[in-house]
Design a protein around this ligand. Sequence first.
Ligand code: KG4
Ligand code: ZN
Length: 331
Amino acid sequence: MTKILGIETSCDETSVAIVKNGVDVLSNVVKTQLVHSKFGGVVPDLSSREHVNFILDVARESLRKSNLEIKDIDAVSVVNGPGLVGSLMVGVSFAEGICIRFGKKLITTDHIVGHIYGNVLTYKKISLPMLSLVVSGGHTSIFFVNKDFEIKTLGKTKDDAAGEAFDKCAKILNLGYPGGPLIEKFSKNGDEKFYRFPVSRLEGYDFSFSGLKTSVLYYKRKMGEEFVKENISNIAASIQKAIVEQLLSVFEKCFEDNKNNIKSVSIAGGVSANGYFREKFKKLFENRVDNIYIPSMEFCTDNAALTAGLAYLKYKKNIFSELGVKVFSRS
Ligand code: KG4
Ligand code: ZN
């Protein structure tokens, strides 16, 4: 029985989880920082400060919920990138502090691979190789995941991530932050065919979302605040459709070219919490691939069970980190 305590502080969620044998989530405490909402996006300095404020209580709560004490933990894992450097440093310092004080082994994990691992936490066992569409606030990429859970990038965004596009469009529409869940909420009663926002189509398997944000801005200027307010549901639904349409068309192209080498497809990352996206993805691949994986809501957005689960793969291979871990902002 291997119990790993995982720490996630890469962006605006302070989270500590305990996962047994890479799949059984004993606790997964997530504290979302609310200070950023009035700024329409995450403010890095505030994020680091909030992590410092929250991390000890979140860790204590995680141990309490799992009915474990620190002596019962076999190793500590921490996300060391990609993410906000100052925020990552808080998590890494905290993890190293535990390792020094209690003599634990340290494992580092990648935030993006963690998101993909959300599918393992959801389904316990998954068929690999897999093609995975990772869509978050910082990333929009297609990965080939091999049998050892190693990843190779097949395509990625050239500018904004899809989650960022949701957030920026929501900001233009004065909906608030984070924009993804708000655009989804307003879309519920809207007509997605109300307005056709442009959908970029790039060569290969790359994405681009910056044009969408600009066109939403111009649309608002042209139609006026009042019109936007009155038609907010239709506009939100039209934006959601444009984002999901691009995600699916690029991924489908990649799938067609790689389908003989894979056993499954999956989505991952914060945007995969979007109900419209989940439904469309499932429909698109029904009867076209043996396994379709869609992470449960709990494992879509940032949470520490992703690192605590993923770290087990390194634990089994005796791969540990020395103290003095470096953090990185981009993959
Ligand atoms: O993975 P995540 O929690 O953090 C990053 O690693 O970036 O993803 C956060 C992103 C935000 O941009 C947020 O607006 C988006 O995921 N998101 C959603 C939904 N829930 C979160 N986007 C669309 N629909 C949602 N329901
Ligand atoms: Zn994330």
